[in-house]
Every structure is written in C-alpha cells, then in structure tokens.
Unconditional design. Structure first.
Length: 73
C-alpha cells in the first residue's frame, strides 16, 4: 500500500482519487490501510491505477534466510 500511495502522490493523485479510479470506496481503502489488511483484488485495482503490478512470492522463514545468508551460526 505504501508503494502504491507513494506512486499515486508522485503523479498528483490524492488517496480519494486513487480509490475512485480503482472503483473502490475511499472509506474501504482507508480502513484497509489502517488495519493493514486489504483484499488481493482491491490491491491489484489500486496498483493498476498507478501502473504498478502485484507480485506474489513464497515467504521465507527467518531460519531459511539465515541459512541462505550464511549467518545461522
């Protein structure tokens, strides 16, 4: 969401305008941002307005990250 809002701001879009262009009620977006939860569909719609895409990747555990970095021990 932060990246989407930053991109929107850089092109002169207010959050309410962003929501409207994405076809989402501004109050829903504001509530989602405060709670830190938003549907993937809404996230994709918001990102699309500012020319971004949403990419999902496998989450790595802290242990796997340390092993990969060689810093487990």
């Amino acid at each position: 969401m932060d990246q989407i809002y930053a991109k929107a701001e850089s092109v002169g879009l207010k959050k309410t305008e962003l929501a409207a262009q994405a076809g989402i009620d501004a109050s829903v977006v504001a509530r989602s941002y405060r709670r830190g939860k938003i549907s993937l569909e809404s996230l994709q719609a918001l990102a699309g307005v500012v020319g971004l895409t949403v990419t999902l990747s496998a989450a790595q555990s802290e242990l796997a990250s340390k092993l990969e970095a060689g810093s487990l021990f």
